[in-house]
Design a protein around this ligand. Structure first.
Ligand SMILES: Cc1ncc(COP(=O)(O)O)c(C=O)c1O
Length: 342
């Protein structure tokens, strides 16, 4: 049973599928010159309350690695949390796409870095013997299931700015963080100092759609060429852009994320009420990390649950909810944990 293994195990939602089917008619200009892709630019600009430049891609890894490739020189340093997906789960793609930039993993409570840690880790600017501080990347919502508050993002961005670093946000779960904070997309990004966002759609209801969003035109640089060279300039881009348009229409992305977060809250609350069960991190989005004894993990396995114990540092089990998670499935999982813990 792959239920709760990840938000990648879900299917795409019907509004997105309908949009792809609707786009599947007649001819359209290729390589992003189609009407859907133009509309997507407009929609994102409206949503972020400023003109943005956006490049659709089909994986979060491509989105992160390509974004970073224009934010650092090949001899640069990219600061991130040690548990950041770019550091742990992208098979060296950020290093490869940047031409060899160095990721500098930092520690921090609950999967988040702080402005102070960043400030004390930055060193070597101008020293030819050291890779050069170039960018910082934060994940929103972060890999441990928490979210950065707006003042935390702004303080990190201020340190970045003071030291000449660009600011990247991995927003694979952007919608989950946004509804958790109940702020606007502009507030959570450029108004707090984010320069480039990897905006995710796949985990929250798209078929395969992510988009790199630039808030500053001057940072785009060679991105169009890197996008093509990375094989992410899809010839039939209409099928990616149409997914994202549907995703952003009628608040679908926000509704999906609200549901997903509510299911995670139901799960984290239910688990925390079981005596002896301890959450590993505060739950603020759609990922719940919990310390489970081997007996409970084995018992859940016998009940048919595949328990994901491999995420982050492997110290807790991870349960992820999604846009289509059913309350009954949450309640059944809580009941199973309670049964095996007594
Ligand atoms: C925080 C975060 N960033 C990026 C990604 C990358 O997505 P993909 O698997 O599409 O490359 C993931 C996927 O799990 C993720 O959790």
């Amino acid at each position: 049973m792959t239920l709760f293994m990840s938000d990648n195990v879900t299917c795409a939602c019907s509004e997105v599928m309908d949009a792809v089917v609707a786009a599947n008619s007649g001819t359209a200009a290729s390589y992003g010159d189609d009407g859907w892709s133009a509309d997507l630019q407009k929609k994102l600009s409206e949503m972020f309350e400023r003109d943005v430049i956006a490049f659709p891609v089909v994986t979060g890894t491509a989105s992160n690695a390509l974004a970073l490739s224009v934010l650092t020189p090949s001899f640069g340093k990219v600061f991130c949390h040690e548990l950041a997906h770019i550091n742990t789960d992208e098979c060296g793609a950020p290093e490869f796409f940047t031409g060899g930039a160095k990721l500098i993993p930092m520690q921090g409570e609950n999967g988040k870095i702080t402005a102070d840690t960043l400030a004390s880790t930055i060193r070597g600017t101008g020293n030819v013997h050291l890779a050069q501080p170039a960018a910082v990347s934060i994940t929103q919502a972060c890999e441990a299931g928490g979210v950065y508050e707006l003042d935390e993002i702004s303080s990190i961005a201020k340190v970045a700015r003071d030291n000449g670093l660009n600011v990247h946000m991995d927003g694979a779960r952007f919608a989950n963080a946004l509804v958790s904070l109940d702020v606007s997309p502009a507030q959570m990004t450029w108004k707090s100092g984010v320069d480039v966002l990897s905006f995710g759609g796949t985990k929250n209801g798209c078929l395969a759609a992510e988009v790199v969003v630039f808030f500053k035109p001057e940072l785009v640089g060679d991105f169009p060429f890197l996008h093509k060279r990375a094989g992410q300039l899809l010839s039939k881009m209409r099928f990616i852009s149409s997914q994202l348009i549907a995703y952003l229409s009628d608040d679908l992305w926000l509704r999906n994320a609200r549901h997903s977060n509510a299911m995670a809250k139901r799960l984290s609350t239910g688990l925390a009420e079981i005596s002896g069960i301890e959450l590993a991190y505060p739950n603020q989005s759609n990922e719940v990390f919990v310390h489970l004894s081997q007996e409970i993990v084995n018992g859940l396995g016998e009940d048919g649950y595949e328990v994901n114990e491999d995420e982050l540092d492997g110290s807790a089990a991870r349960f992820v909810t999604a846009w289509d998670t059913k309350p009954d499935d949450i309640d059944a999982l809580i009941t199973a944990v309670r049964k095996h813990s007594s």
